[in-house]
Design a protein around this ligand. Structure first.
Ligand SMILES: O=C(O)C(=O)C[C@]1(C(=O)O)C=C[C@@H](O)C=C1
Length: 419
């Protein structure tokens, strides 16, 4: 496989609040197409059939990442399985290289934790463009990481599955907008493990091109969650104008700037204003100053649960008899004094309806659900193990999505890392 490294693959250092991280420049965001190309390197030879313009550059970029990954993996393999070379003096005043057989080294905790396999810098895939809150969450979780923009969450998942990235960052809930349902469905559809969480204060700004005043605005664009988080404030500002949803907040800012839209404002971070040359018309426009989004970090391998620091565990389950017996399942935690921090239900797509028939009364059709529960205990904690053993008895389906350290950073919504 021959790949050409993209000429624009130069990173820049970015600082948000007290955290700094490298922003990894790809020619464009990772998208479904270049993920597929990276997954099927055989298409490299037959590229003429489908390769056009930007896609080709994107493909080359993905291949370059993949090639460097393969190369570093080979180096790792060579180092760990090959014979060591040592230098000895052989008595004839000359130096010889004598191979000695390498003895196995004891495993350490570091060997067992999922670490970057390609070198020193962790590559973290997120949905959006630079300036998105997900990028800030990646920087908070992994200072100095390479943040890799992706055009969809699905692509961020695939980037990790295909070893193009080491982690994916996924927003799952917001203190104002609630759960991000689609992302719960994605957690189930993919086989990645939750290895961490980050709670990011989200501080929104209303952005427009320089010289544009609020009175000129007849459209506000942003991520649907951001629009929901600013709904009341927009009305208070007199902006009862068309609101349009786009893929991410920073993408909205980029769109306004790139298309020179003088009648459109974007809701995004102050950092997005800086990156795309926009003015801040209004600052802190979220409906509540303590607006926080919770992100989870995903990896190919789970981490080893610990009991010496606060841990949280996320599970998903379905019950044969549906919602009616949910209290029984949850009592497994209550009896062991394990606190639940979150419960969410989603349609059980494989079996959406449970029919309960009674000749005399008729046929009841109950909707079936999957339940997502987060609880405050590590899987290394015997209480959690016993609780799950009991839950398993009741449930028709149970999966542990991950056991991971809780975000215990001090609560200070005003000193937002996403500004
Ligand atoms: O659009 C962004 O900037 C994102 O990172 C996504 C997202 C979300 O999905 O909730 C993240 C944080 C904010 O709550 C608004 C949007």
């Amino acid at each position: 496989m021959q790949c050409v490294a993209p000429s624009s693959s130069i990173g820049y250092k970015s600082t948000i609040g007290t955290t700094s991280y490298n922003v990894f420049h790809l020619p464009a965001r990772l998208n479904q197409l270049n993920i597929q190309c990276a997954a099927a390197p055989a298409t490299a030879n037959g590229f003429a059939s489908g390769g056009i313009g930007k896609s080709r550059a994107d493909w080359q970029s993905s291949c370059a990442i993949l090639a460097s990954k393969v190369e570093s993996q080979q180096q790792n393999t060579d180092n760990s399985t090959g014979a060591d070379q040592i230098t000895v003096v052989n008595g004839h005043n000359s130096l010889d290289l004598v191979p000695i057989k390498k003895l196995p080294k004891p495993l350490t905790i570091a060997d067992l934790s999922p670490a970057p396999s390609h070198g020193s810098t962790l590559r973290v895939a997120y949905q959006g463009v630079p300036g998105a809150y997900s990028e800030a969450a990646a920087g908070k979780a992994y200072p100095n990481c390479d943040a890799i923009p992706c055009d969809q969450f699905e692509v961020a998942f695939q980037a990790v599955e295909l070893w193009i990235a080491d982690r994916a960052v996924l927003p799952v809930e917001n203190s104002l907008g609630g759960s991000i349902h689609r992302n719960y469905d994605l957690l189930l559809r993919h086989r990645l493990h939750i290895v961490g969480e980050v709670q990011l204060p989200v501080h929104h700004c209303l952005l427009a091109l320089p010289g544009v005043r609020k009175e000129f605005i007849n459209r506000v664009i942003s991520h649907p969650q951001a629009l929901a988080q600013c709904e009341l404030t927009l009305t208070k500002l007199g902006l009862t104008v068309t609101r349009e949803a786009v893929d991410d907040t920073a993408g909205a800012a980029e769109f306004v700037a790139a298309n020179d839209l003088r009648d459109t404002a974007a809701i995004a971070s102050a950092r997005a204003a800086e990156l795309y040359g926009l003015n801040i018309l209004a600052d802190g426009i979220q409906d509540d100053s303590s607006n926080v989004t919770r992100f989870v970090m995903l990896a190919r391998e789970p981490i080893i649960p610990r009991t010496d620091i606060p841990f949280k565990t996320s599970i998903v389950f379905a019950h044969e008899q549906g919602t009616s017996v949910l209290f029984k399942v949850l009592s497994a935690f209550a009896f062991r004094n394990i606190s639940l921090t979150k419960i969410e239900s989603r349609p059980h797509r494989n079996r959406p309806i449970r029919v309960v028939g009674d000749e005399n009364v008729g046929t009841a059709k109950h909707f079936e659900y999957l339940f997502y529960v987060d609880f405050e205990a590590s899987m290394a904690d015997v209480r959690a193990q016993n609780a799950l053993a009991e839950v398993q008895e009741y449930t028709s389906f149970l999966r542990v999505l991950g056991s991971y350290p809780m975000d215990m950073t001090p609560w200070s919504p005003s000193s937002s890392s996403s500004q």
